[in-house]
Design a protein around this ligand. Structure first.
Ligand SMILES: Nc1ncnc2c1ncn2[C@@H]1O[C@H](COP(=O)(O)OP(=O)(O)OP(=O)(O)O)[C@@H](O)[C@H]1O
Length: 239
């Protein structure tokens, strides 16, 4: 399958610190790729470079065949940040309909996205009165409107209960089955096994880029958390 994202030699400095040290990876189209790593390892920075809002020191990021951040990508890409980006003083439905209108889409598209994230029952509630997990889902619904070709989700399952998390992951795979590419960051290792591919990042360097099965085999552990730790130790020994 063709790659939806190509990252070559990406170096990013934030403040006075180098936070990405020459990342190179490819993300195949129509797949769910997990971006896993500890807090502060550079996941959000890599995501920001992919969505085109990060100043980069050097390297190249190509998204759907165009340089990251190019204007035509705006309609092709849905980005959900860690902080929900919805209006607190509007209802779930008003938010979704507002985003649909911006894209020239119908109210029905907005309602479908709300149902997709399991918020149909709360559609008339003000976003400001929702729980944190519901607010994240409202944000996700707005990103789903218009069926973007690429969905970049920064920790979308934080604060969700196990049933909803499972539902969201099923939805991600349905979307991928229909051709959407998803890049999903998480620091929850039990979610890693749900991805088609994994990018493991630590201290701004990629230490794994493969399927969960291949990462388990390479590290000699069925447990992905343990496999990740072994990969870290191997690199420390080699350094
Ligand atoms: N605006 C900024 N100015 C300076 N340094 C920053 C800035 N934003 C992030 N950093 C630093 O860049 C590094 C990578 O941060 P990043 O947010 O990409 O990590 P992360 O893996 O997404 O973490 P988390 O899982 O906690 O969200 C961290 O060391 C962080 O302190």
């Amino acid at each position: 399958m063709e790659n939806a994202i190509e990252v070559r030699g990406l170096v990013v400095d934030r403040g006075r610190r180098r936070v990405l040290h020459g990342i190179t990876c490819s993300i195949p189209g129509g797949s769910v790729t997990g971006l896993l790593g500890p807090s502060g390892s550079g996941k959000t920075t890599l995501i920001r470079a992919i969505v085109g809002v990060q100043i980069v020191r050097s390297g190249e990021v190509t998204v759907l065949g165009r340089p990251a951040g190019s204007a035509p990508l705006r309609r092709e890409l849905g980005y959900v940040t860690q902080a929900p980006s919805v209006y607190a003083d509007l209802s779930v439905r008003e938010n979704a309909r507002y985003f649909a209108t911006l894209l020239g889409l119908s109210a029905a598209e907005a309602d479908r996205a709300i149902a997709d994230v399991g918020l149909a029952g709360a559609r008339h509630q003000l976003v400001g009165n929702l729980s944190g997990g519901q607010r994240s889902r409202a944000s996700l619904a707005c990103a789903l409107i218009g069926e973007p070709k690429l969905l970049v989700l920064d920790e979308p399952t934080v604060g969700q209960d196990p049933v909803l998390r499972a539902d969201l992951w099923s939805r991600f795979h349905e979307l991928a089955g229909a051709g959407t590419t998803l890049l999903v960051s998480s620091h929850v290792m039990d979610e890693a096994g749900r991805c088609d591919r994994l990018l493991l990042i630590r201290d701004g360097r990629l230490i794994g880029d493969d399927t969960p099965a291949a990462i388990r085999t390479a590290a000699g552990s069925d447990d992905l958390e343990e496999a990740f730790l072994r990969l870290i130790r191997e690199r420390e020994v080699a350094a």
